[in-house]
Ligand binder design. Sequence first.
Ligand SMILES: C[S@@+](CC[C@H](N)C(=O)[O-])C[C@H]1O[C@@H](n2cnc3c(N)ncnc32)[C@H](O)[C@@H]1O
Length: 318
Amino acid sequence: MTEYAHVPVLLNEVLEGLEIKPAGIYLDATFGRGGHSRAILERLGPQGRLYALDRDPEAVAAGQALEAEDPRFKIRHARFSQLKQECESLGILGKTDGILMDIGVSSPQLDDASRGFSFEHDGPLDMRMDPGAAPDAATIVNTWDRKALTAIFREYGEERFAAKAAAAIVRDREREPFKTTGQLAALLNRVIPGHEAHKNKATRCFQALRIAVNGELDELRAALEASAEVLSDGGRLCVITFHSLEDRIAKNFIKEASAGAQLPKGLPVTCEVTEKLRLATATLEPVGRIVKASAQELAVNARSRSATLRVARRLKRQ
Ligand SMILES: C[S@@+](CC[C@H](N)C(=O)[O-])C[C@H]1O[C@@H](n2cnc3c(N)ncnc32)[C@H](O)[C@@H]1O
Protein backbone atom coordinates (compact mmCIF):
# COMPACT_ATOMS: atom_id res chain seq x y z
CA MET A 1 0.00 0.00 0.00
CA THR A 2 1.30 3.49 -0.78
CA GLU A 3 1.98 5.85 2.11
CA TYR A 4 0.67 9.18 0.91
CA ALA A 5 -0.74 11.55 3.51
CA HIS A 6 -4.03 13.44 3.53
CA VAL A 7 -4.63 16.53 5.69
CA PRO A 8 -8.32 16.70 6.69
CA VAL A 9 -9.97 20.00 5.75
CA LEU A 10 -12.23 22.09 8.03
CA LEU A 11 -11.58 19.62 10.83
CA ASN A 12 -12.73 21.72 13.81
CA GLU A 13 -15.67 23.03 11.84
CA VAL A 14 -16.79 19.45 11.02
CA LEU A 15 -16.45 18.36 14.66
CA GLU A 16 -18.55 21.34 15.71
CA GLY A 17 -21.08 20.71 12.93
CA LEU A 18 -21.51 17.05 13.94
CA GLU A 19 -22.14 18.10 17.57
CA ILE A 20 -20.54 14.86 18.75
CA LYS A 21 -22.15 13.04 21.68
CA PRO A 22 -19.75 10.65 23.45
CA ALA A 23 -22.18 7.71 23.18
CA GLY A 24 -23.41 8.61 19.69
CA ILE A 25 -23.30 6.68 16.41
CA TYR A 26 -21.49 8.37 13.52
CA LEU A 27 -20.82 7.58 9.89
CA ASP A 28 -17.85 8.83 7.87
CA ALA A 29 -18.98 8.15 4.29
CA THR A 30 -15.57 9.11 2.84
CA PHE A 31 -12.85 7.62 5.05
CA GLY A 32 -9.85 8.56 2.84
CA ARG A 33 -6.94 8.29 5.24
CA GLY A 34 -9.14 8.77 8.30
CA GLY A 35 -8.16 12.28 9.40
CA HIS A 36 -11.75 13.17 10.26
CA SER A 37 -12.51 9.66 11.56
CA ARG A 38 -9.63 9.71 14.07
CA ALA A 39 -10.71 13.10 15.40
CA ILE A 40 -14.31 11.86 15.78
CA LEU A 41 -13.08 8.77 17.66
CA GLU A 42 -11.12 11.01 20.02
CA ARG A 43 -14.38 12.63 21.04
CA LEU A 44 -16.35 9.40 21.44
CA GLY A 45 -16.56 7.54 24.73
CA PRO A 46 -16.42 3.74 25.09
CA GLN A 47 -20.12 3.42 24.05
CA GLY A 48 -19.73 5.58 20.94
CA ARG A 49 -19.48 3.99 17.48
CA LEU A 50 -18.04 5.18 14.19
CA TYR A 51 -18.71 3.43 10.88
CA ALA A 52 -16.94 4.36 7.66
CA LEU A 53 -17.23 3.74 3.94
CA ASP A 54 -14.87 4.27 1.04
CA ARG A 55 -14.95 3.00 -2.53
CA ASP A 56 -11.15 2.97 -2.77
CA PRO A 57 -9.56 -0.32 -1.61
CA GLU A 58 -6.41 1.56 -0.51
CA ALA A 59 -8.50 3.77 1.80
CA VAL A 60 -10.28 0.68 3.09
CA ALA A 61 -6.93 -0.99 3.85
CA ALA A 62 -5.94 2.12 5.87
CA GLY A 63 -9.30 1.88 7.65
CA GLN A 64 -8.79 -1.79 8.44
CA ALA A 65 -5.58 -0.87 10.28
CA LEU A 66 -7.62 1.54 12.41
CA GLU A 67 -10.30 -1.12 12.91
CA ALA A 68 -7.64 -3.41 14.40
CA GLU A 69 -6.63 -0.64 16.84
CA ASP A 70 -10.08 0.56 17.89
CA PRO A 71 -13.08 -1.73 18.54
CA ARG A 72 -15.47 1.25 18.28
CA PHE A 73 -14.66 1.59 14.56
CA LYS A 74 -15.73 -0.40 11.47
CA ILE A 75 -15.09 0.23 7.77
CA ARG A 76 -16.75 -1.13 4.65
CA HIS A 77 -15.71 -1.09 1.02
CA ALA A 78 -18.77 0.59 -0.54
CA ARG A 79 -19.96 3.55 -2.55
CA PHE A 80 -21.83 6.15 -0.55
CA SER A 81 -24.74 5.96 -2.98
CA GLN A 82 -25.36 2.66 -1.12
CA LEU A 83 -25.64 4.56 2.18
CA LYS A 84 -29.11 3.32 3.04
CA GLN A 85 -28.39 -0.35 2.31
CA GLU A 86 -25.07 -0.22 4.19
CA CYS A 87 -26.66 1.42 7.23
CA GLU A 88 -29.53 -1.03 7.13
CA SER A 89 -27.16 -3.99 7.21
CA LEU A 90 -25.12 -2.34 10.00
CA GLY A 91 -28.34 -1.85 11.98
CA ILE A 92 -27.93 1.94 12.19
CA LEU A 93 -30.69 3.10 9.83
CA GLY A 94 -32.53 5.99 11.51
CA LYS A 95 -30.14 5.76 14.48
CA THR A 96 -27.12 7.64 13.17
CA ASP A 97 -26.33 10.87 15.04
CA GLY A 98 -24.08 12.32 12.36
CA ILE A 99 -22.94 11.73 8.79
CA LEU A 100 -19.84 13.24 7.23
CA MET A 101 -19.34 13.40 3.46
CA ASP A 102 -15.97 14.91 2.54
CA ILE A 103 -16.36 14.29 -1.15
CA GLY A 104 -14.01 14.27 -4.10
CA VAL A 105 -10.53 12.81 -4.24
CA SER A 106 -7.97 12.41 -1.49
CA SER A 107 -4.39 13.65 -1.65
CA PRO A 108 -3.07 10.04 -1.83
CA GLN A 109 -5.23 9.46 -4.92
CA LEU A 110 -3.97 12.69 -6.55
CA ASP A 111 -0.34 12.29 -5.57
CA ASP A 112 0.09 8.67 -6.65
CA ALA A 113 0.86 8.91 -10.40
CA SER A 114 -0.21 5.29 -10.93
CA ARG A 115 -3.84 6.21 -10.07
CA GLY A 116 -3.93 8.48 -13.12
CA PHE A 117 -5.80 11.47 -11.63
CA SER A 118 -3.16 14.09 -12.13
CA PHE A 119 -1.92 16.15 -15.05
CA GLU A 120 1.12 17.01 -12.94
CA HIS A 121 2.45 13.47 -12.54
CA ASP A 122 2.47 11.32 -15.66
CA GLY A 123 0.69 8.00 -15.21
CA PRO A 124 -1.84 5.65 -16.81
CA LEU A 125 -5.06 7.41 -17.83
CA ASP A 126 -7.17 5.75 -15.15
CA MET A 127 -8.93 8.04 -12.57
CA ARG A 128 -11.01 5.28 -11.00
CA MET A 129 -11.45 5.70 -7.26
CA ASP A 130 -12.23 1.99 -7.24
CA PRO A 131 -9.83 0.28 -9.66
CA GLY A 132 -12.25 -2.67 -9.79
CA ALA A 133 -14.98 -0.52 -11.39
CA ALA A 134 -15.48 0.47 -15.02
CA PRO A 135 -14.91 2.49 -17.13
CA ASP A 136 -11.48 4.07 -16.71
CA ALA A 137 -10.61 7.48 -18.21
CA ALA A 138 -8.72 5.92 -21.15
CA THR A 139 -11.87 4.06 -22.23
CA ILE A 140 -13.90 7.27 -22.19
CA VAL A 141 -11.23 9.30 -24.00
CA ASN A 142 -10.59 6.62 -26.64
CA THR A 143 -14.16 5.43 -27.32
CA TRP A 144 -16.76 8.11 -26.58
CA ASP A 145 -17.83 10.14 -29.60
CA ARG A 146 -17.08 13.83 -30.04
CA LYS A 147 -20.55 14.90 -28.92
CA ALA A 148 -20.41 12.93 -25.68
CA LEU A 149 -16.90 14.20 -24.86
CA THR A 150 -17.97 17.79 -25.57
CA ALA A 151 -20.97 17.35 -23.27
CA ILE A 152 -18.94 16.15 -20.27
CA PHE A 153 -16.20 18.77 -20.76
CA ARG A 154 -18.90 21.45 -20.89
CA GLU A 155 -21.19 20.13 -18.16
CA TYR A 156 -18.72 18.67 -15.64
CA GLY A 157 -15.69 20.82 -16.45
CA GLU A 158 -17.44 24.09 -17.36
CA GLU A 159 -14.80 24.27 -20.12
CA ARG A 160 -15.47 27.08 -22.63
CA PHE A 161 -13.47 25.27 -25.30
CA ALA A 162 -15.14 21.89 -24.74
CA ALA A 163 -15.89 21.32 -28.43
CA LYS A 164 -12.33 22.20 -29.45
CA ALA A 165 -10.86 19.85 -26.84
CA ALA A 166 -13.17 16.99 -27.83
CA ALA A 167 -12.46 17.46 -31.58
CA ALA A 168 -8.70 17.40 -30.96
CA ILE A 169 -8.98 14.21 -28.89
CA VAL A 170 -11.06 12.44 -31.54
CA ARG A 171 -8.57 13.50 -34.25
CA ASP A 172 -5.43 12.50 -32.30
CA ARG A 173 -6.68 9.15 -31.04
CA GLU A 174 -6.99 7.94 -34.65
CA ARG A 175 -3.20 8.11 -34.86
CA GLU A 176 -2.52 6.75 -31.40
CA PRO A 177 -4.92 5.96 -28.54
CA PHE A 178 -4.41 7.95 -25.33
CA LYS A 179 -2.69 5.91 -22.65
CA THR A 180 -1.25 8.42 -20.19
CA THR A 181 -2.29 11.55 -18.31
CA GLY A 182 0.80 13.31 -19.69
CA GLN A 183 -0.26 12.62 -23.30
CA LEU A 184 -3.75 14.01 -22.71
CA ALA A 185 -2.56 17.01 -20.66
CA ALA A 186 -0.06 17.95 -23.39
CA LEU A 187 -2.77 17.90 -26.07
CA LEU A 188 -5.22 19.94 -23.98
CA ASN A 189 -2.55 22.51 -23.22
CA ARG A 190 -1.84 22.80 -26.95
CA VAL A 191 -5.42 23.17 -28.17
CA ILE A 192 -7.14 25.19 -25.42
CA PRO A 193 -6.49 28.84 -26.32
CA GLY A 194 -5.11 31.55 -24.03
CA HIS A 195 -2.92 31.54 -20.97
CA GLU A 196 -4.08 31.12 -17.39
CA ALA A 197 -1.78 32.20 -14.62
CA HIS A 198 -1.33 29.46 -11.97
CA LYS A 199 -3.70 27.08 -13.76
CA ASN A 200 -2.91 24.18 -16.04
CA LYS A 201 -5.22 24.41 -19.05
CA ALA A 202 -6.04 20.69 -18.70
CA THR A 203 -7.59 21.27 -15.24
CA ARG A 204 -11.24 21.54 -16.29
CA CYS A 205 -11.25 18.59 -18.73
CA PHE A 206 -9.46 16.43 -16.14
CA GLN A 207 -12.12 17.37 -13.57
CA ALA A 208 -14.84 16.47 -16.10
CA LEU A 209 -13.30 13.09 -16.87
CA ARG A 210 -12.90 12.25 -13.19
CA ILE A 211 -16.55 13.11 -12.53
CA ALA A 212 -17.66 10.99 -15.50
CA VAL A 213 -15.43 8.01 -14.63
CA ASN A 214 -16.68 7.88 -11.04
CA GLY A 215 -20.27 9.06 -11.60
CA GLU A 216 -19.52 11.57 -8.86
CA LEU A 217 -22.56 13.82 -9.12
CA ASP A 218 -25.04 10.93 -9.18
CA GLU A 219 -23.21 9.38 -6.22
CA LEU A 220 -23.60 12.63 -4.27
CA ARG A 221 -27.30 13.01 -5.16
CA ALA A 222 -28.05 9.43 -4.08
CA ALA A 223 -26.17 9.76 -0.78
CA LEU A 224 -27.91 13.03 0.08
CA GLU A 225 -31.31 11.50 -0.73
CA ALA A 226 -30.58 8.62 1.66
CA SER A 227 -29.20 10.78 4.47
CA ALA A 228 -32.56 11.79 5.99
CA GLU A 229 -33.54 8.15 6.43
CA VAL A 230 -30.18 7.24 7.94
CA LEU A 231 -30.10 10.07 10.49
CA SER A 232 -31.80 9.95 13.88
CA ASP A 233 -34.05 12.87 14.88
CA GLY A 234 -31.77 15.85 15.53
CA GLY A 235 -28.85 14.07 13.78
CA ARG A 236 -26.38 16.17 11.81
CA LEU A 237 -25.32 16.04 8.19
CA CYS A 238 -21.97 17.64 7.24
CA VAL A 239 -21.13 17.87 3.53
CA ILE A 240 -17.82 19.23 2.27
CA THR A 241 -17.68 20.00 -1.46
CA PHE A 242 -14.78 21.20 -3.60
CA HIS A 243 -16.33 22.84 -6.64
CA SER A 244 -19.46 24.69 -7.61
CA LEU A 245 -21.21 21.74 -9.33
CA GLU A 246 -21.07 19.68 -6.13
CA ASP A 247 -21.92 22.60 -3.88
CA ARG A 248 -24.97 23.48 -5.97
CA ILE A 249 -26.27 19.91 -5.52
CA ALA A 250 -25.74 20.03 -1.74
CA LYS A 251 -27.28 23.50 -1.45
CA ASN A 252 -30.39 22.67 -3.49
CA PHE A 253 -30.87 19.36 -1.73
CA ILE A 254 -30.85 20.96 1.74
CA LYS A 255 -33.12 23.75 0.51
CA GLU A 256 -35.67 21.30 -0.89
CA ALA A 257 -35.47 18.96 2.11
CA SER A 258 -36.19 21.90 4.43
CA ALA A 259 -39.07 23.20 2.28
CA GLY A 260 -40.96 19.87 2.37
CA ALA A 261 -43.90 19.13 0.09
CA GLN A 262 -45.46 22.13 -1.64
CA LEU A 263 -49.15 22.57 -2.43
CA PRO A 264 -49.99 23.81 -5.92
CA LYS A 265 -50.13 27.62 -6.03
CA GLY A 266 -53.54 29.31 -5.74
CA LEU A 267 -55.28 26.77 -3.47
CA PRO A 268 -57.62 28.39 -0.91
CA VAL A 269 -55.67 27.23 2.18
CA THR A 270 -54.37 29.15 5.18
CA CYS A 271 -50.69 29.62 6.12
CA GLU A 272 -51.33 27.26 9.03
CA VAL A 273 -52.18 24.45 6.64
CA THR A 274 -49.09 24.99 4.49
CA GLU A 275 -46.90 25.17 7.61
CA LYS A 276 -48.43 21.94 8.95
CA LEU A 277 -47.70 20.24 5.64
CA ARG A 278 -44.14 21.58 5.68
CA LEU A 279 -43.57 20.29 9.22
CA ALA A 280 -44.98 16.90 8.31
CA THR A 281 -42.87 16.47 5.17
CA ALA A 282 -39.64 18.48 5.63
CA THR A 283 -36.74 16.26 6.68
CA LEU A 284 -33.79 18.59 7.26
CA GLU A 285 -33.06 22.17 8.17
CA PRO A 286 -29.84 24.06 7.48
CA VAL A 287 -27.62 24.86 10.47
CA GLY A 288 -25.78 28.19 10.21
CA ARG A 289 -24.16 29.54 7.08
CA ILE A 290 -21.74 27.86 4.73
CA VAL A 291 -18.29 27.45 6.23
CA LYS A 292 -15.01 28.17 4.43
CA ALA A 293 -11.44 27.57 5.58
CA SER A 294 -9.95 30.14 7.96
CA ALA A 295 -6.88 32.18 6.98
CA GLN A 296 -4.91 29.98 9.37
CA GLU A 297 -5.96 26.78 7.62
CA LEU A 298 -5.40 28.30 4.17
CA ALA A 299 -1.83 29.11 5.17
CA VAL A 300 -1.03 25.46 5.91
CA ASN A 301 -3.30 23.52 3.52
CA ALA A 302 -3.78 24.89 0.00
CA ARG A 303 -6.39 22.19 -0.72
CA SER A 304 -8.75 23.81 1.80
CA ARG A 305 -9.08 26.85 -0.53
CA SER A 306 -11.93 25.33 -2.51
CA ALA A 307 -13.66 23.51 0.38
CA THR A 308 -17.21 24.51 1.38
CA LEU A 309 -18.94 22.92 4.37
CA ARG A 310 -22.72 22.80 4.68
CA VAL A 311 -24.38 21.51 7.85
CA ALA A 312 -27.99 20.39 8.27
CA ARG A 313 -30.04 18.92 11.12
CA ARG A 314 -32.56 16.04 10.81
CA LEU A 315 -36.00 17.33 11.81
CA LYS A 316 -38.06 15.35 14.27
CA ARG A 317 -40.12 12.64 12.56
CA GLN A 318 -43.86 13.32 12.95
C1 LIG B 1 -11.49 14.01 0.27
S1 LIG B 1 -11.22 12.33 0.59
C2 LIG B 1 -11.68 12.13 2.26
C3 LIG B 1 -10.57 12.41 3.21
C4 LIG B 1 -10.88 12.07 4.65
N1 LIG B 1 -11.93 12.90 5.19
C5 LIG B 1 -9.63 12.17 5.51
O1 LIG B 1 -9.61 12.98 6.44
O2 LIG B 1 -8.67 11.44 5.24
C6 LIG B 1 -12.54 11.58 -0.25
C7 LIG B 1 -12.59 10.07 -0.13
O3 LIG B 1 -13.91 9.69 -0.49
C8 LIG B 1 -13.86 8.56 -1.28
N2 LIG B 1 -15.04 8.60 -2.15
C9 LIG B 1 -15.32 9.50 -3.11
N3 LIG B 1 -16.50 9.23 -3.68
C10 LIG B 1 -16.98 8.15 -3.04
C11 LIG B 1 -18.19 7.40 -3.15
N4 LIG B 1 -19.10 7.70 -4.06
N5 LIG B 1 -18.38 6.38 -2.30
C12 LIG B 1 -17.45 6.06 -1.36
N6 LIG B 1 -16.29 6.72 -1.23
C13 LIG B 1 -16.05 7.75 -2.05
C14 LIG B 1 -12.56 8.66 -2.06
O4 LIG B 1 -12.13 7.38 -2.46
C15 LIG B 1 -11.65 9.31 -1.02
O5 LIG B 1 -10.93 8.35 -0.31
